[in-house]
Every structure is written in C-alpha cells, then in structure tokens.
Design a protein around this ligand. Structure first.
Ligand SMILES: NC(=O)c1ccc[n+]([C@@H]2O[C@H](COP(=O)([O-])OP(=O)(O)OC[C@H]3O[C@@H](n4cnc5c(N)ncnc54)[C@H](OP(=O)(O)O)[C@@H]3O)[C@@H](O)[C@H]2O)c1
Length: 333
C-alpha cells in the first residue's frame, strides 16, 4: 500500500476563539515527485500565533488560507528524494510547507539549516523565525542602549524569551511580563531577567511601576490590550516600542481600545510595527549570532512539544490561550 500523508486542513473560518472543528484531518497519498521538486519528510511543525490571522477572510500582509487548503506553517525535516539541483537526499531543511507530514516543494519555500545547531526543532524557535523576530525587533527597531530599561511581554514565549535574553546581553535592565508564577519564576531564575510581572495577578500594573523606577526606554510589544496601556504610563521621553504582535486581540470579537495613546505625543514615543519577513537581508546575521549564543549557553530556550499531527489543532488553541510554556512545536515522527 502506498505511504499516506496526514494533513490538517482549514475546515471553517472561526468567529472569535478557534475550535477544533475549524480543522479537518485527512490522509492522502504522497504525490509523485516532478522535475525540479523535492519530497520532504517533516519532523517538527511550528505553531505560531500569526496562524490565527491566516484563518480570517480579511486583507492582510499575507494571503489567507482558503477553506479546504492545508493550514499554513513552518516545518523542519529532511529531503527524502530530490530532482532539484540545490537539494540532495538527506539535507536538513526548514520550509513553509504547512501542517502535514510530507510535502513536495520546488525549493522556493525552503532554506538549508545549520546541522551543527541541534536539536532540529531549534530551527523553528530560538534559531529560527521567532529568534530572528526578537533579534530584528529589539536590536534594529528598539535600539536598546546599555543601562536602559527594556520591558517585554509574553516573556517566557518563543519570541519574548529571546528578546529578554538579548536585552540582558546588551546590558539593559530587563523586565518581563508573563502569565502565572511558574512562567515568571522561569523568566527570572532561568533566563536571568531582572524581574517579571505576572499579568494574571491582581496588582500587576502597580508591580510594573515598582519594577521600572527609572521608567521604560524600550517596550517590545507582543500582546497589546491593557498591558500596552500600563506600559505607556511608564514610557520615558523618546522611548521605542517595536510592535511585534497583539496576541490578546487575535480572538477578540470586541477589540480593546487603548486609553493612554496621548503619551505617544507627550513622551515622543516611536512606535513601529514590523514583519520579520520584510527583513530577509538580516536573517543570515541574526541566525549566525543566535546559533552562537545558544551554543555558548548565553541564550536558553524551552519548548512545549506536542506529539502527533492529529493533536496540532488542540495545541494551537492552547497556544492562543497561553497554555504553552516556551516555543510550541508538534513532533511529527
Ligand atoms: N511581527 C512579526 O514578524 C512576528 C513574528 C513572530 C511572532 N510575532 C508575534 O509575537 C508574539 C509572540 O509570539 P510567539 O510565537 O513567541 O508566541 P508565545 O509567546 O510563545 O505564545 C503566545 C503567548 O501570548 C501570551 N498571551 C496570550 N493571551 C494573552 C493575553 N490576553 N494577554 C497577555 N498575554 C497573552 C501567552 O503568554 P502568557 O501565559 O505569558 O500570558 C502565550 O503563551 C505574537 O503576538 C506573535 O503574533 C510577530
């Protein structure tokens, strides 16, 4: 019997919170390899908050997933067969090939990865897209200087944990914001940040003010909502806010309206949204430096590993609710 390929398709567009019934899992035959193509076997799938936006039927920076199509996503795996001159059997690659066990590619959505960085899953996390997002957003856009105060939200997550540690490497006083005591303890004790505010505790805004006695110079924004409002009240003149994500709003049916936006004028705050995919020229340097920091133990990481593609929808819903602890990946082999 021919080997089959398990795939997760978009079954319906969610209104508000994603449900498992918004996905459909199918088994299809692995298609035959054509000229110029490679056949990949995916070992790990990355689950990322941006995927929620791709499920919507709205104008955005990237194409939406059509109903019945394979869910969009990054994987790492190995080349099983190749009829493409750039790739040979056994190459380890990262690809944007979606939620499936096997995939055909013409190579345009693949990149070779440094096999000296192990485990392979790191190429979806701290030495992959989330790590590069942290590096570009903090260093190129936030431009922190030694001694300044940096605050990062979702601080134990894939992007946030890299941001906090890079800010410490740059000599900044660095404060994380995360959900729950366990995540906050990890941010301080394992990642080495100076303090971490539990945004699920009652007094978090007061705690943020106490932890930032000299105000805030850089806020790396991952979540939006009331946390952005509280940070704005602490911004110093000429503070920088790289706006990376607004995860608190992705499933909201009523969007949160920012109250303290006047601060942006009064404190001459520079607020800049960015997309890591607009900065491809910086990826090489970022990946080299992140790989080196991980090998030297200067950057630590943590993963939430879900076993089996069939469990990806549940894990994705958990990610949007903060149930992940570190980079959320799915092990496919
Ligand atoms: N602009 C870009 O190019 C780019 C690229 C990659 C990622 N991003 C963005 O970066 C952000 C972080 O992504 P990630 O992959 O590293 O995910 P992550 O931080 O590993 O996971 C998302 C985290 O968001 C937090 N969260 C969820 N709901 C929240 C709420 N209502 N209020 C506060 N925090 C909430 C949870 O952490 P707690 O339990 O700690 O609250 C959850 O673990 C996302 O906004 C994502 O869209 C942007």
């Amino acid at each position: 019997m021919a080997a089959m390929n398990k795939q997760v398709l978009l079954a319906s567009r969610p209104a508000g919170w994603v449900k498992e019934s918004d996905f459909r899992i199918v088994d299809t035959p692995i298609p035959a390899l054509g000229d110029g193509q490679v056949l990949l076997r995916n070992h790990f799938l990355s689950l990322d908050p941006y995927m929620r936006g791709r499920m919507n039927d709205v104008r955005s920076y990237a194409a939406k997933v059509e109903i019945g199509d394979v869910m969009t996503g990054e994987t790492v795996g190995e080349v099983m067969e190749s009829r493409n001159a750039k790739y040979k059997k056994g190459d380890a690659v990262a690809g944007r090939v979606g939620w499936q066990q096997y995939a055909l590619s013409d190579g345009s959505d693949l990149r070779k990865i440094d096999p000296s960085v192990t485990p392979l899953s790191l190429h979806l996390g701290v030495v992959g897209m989330p790590g590069v997002t942290a590096w570009i957003g903090l260093l190129d856009i936030g431009q922190p200087k030694p001694g300044e105060t940096v605050v990062v939200s979702a601080a134990s997550g894939a992007v946030g944990s890299a941001v906090g540690q890079i800010a410490k490497i740059r000599g900044c006083r660095t404060i994380g914001i995360a959900g729950g005591k366990e995540k906050c303890d990890y941010v301080v004790n394992e990642l080495g940040l100076d303090a971490c505010i539990d945004h699920r505790s009652g007094e978090w805004a007061k705690a943020l003010a106490e932890a930032t006695p000299k105000g805030i110079d850089v806020y790396f924004e991952n979540v939006g909502g009331p946390i952005l409002d509280a940070v704005l009240t602490r911004c110093n003149p000429f503070a920088r806010i790289p706006v990376c994500g607004l995860v608190s709003q992705y499933n909201a049916t009523e969007r949160y309206g920012v109250q303290n936006f006047m601060t942006v004028i009064g404190m001459r705050v520079k607020l800049q949204g960015f997309m890591v995919s607009d900065h491809m020229g910086r990826w090489g340097e970022a990946l080299r430096q992140l790989g080196q920091w991980v090998r030297e133990g200067k950057i630590k990481y943590r993963e939430s590993v879900t076993q089996g593609l069939e469990n990806a929808p549940r894990a994705f819903i958990g990610l949007l609710k903060g149930e992940n602890f570190g980079k959320q990946i799915v092990k496919l082999t």
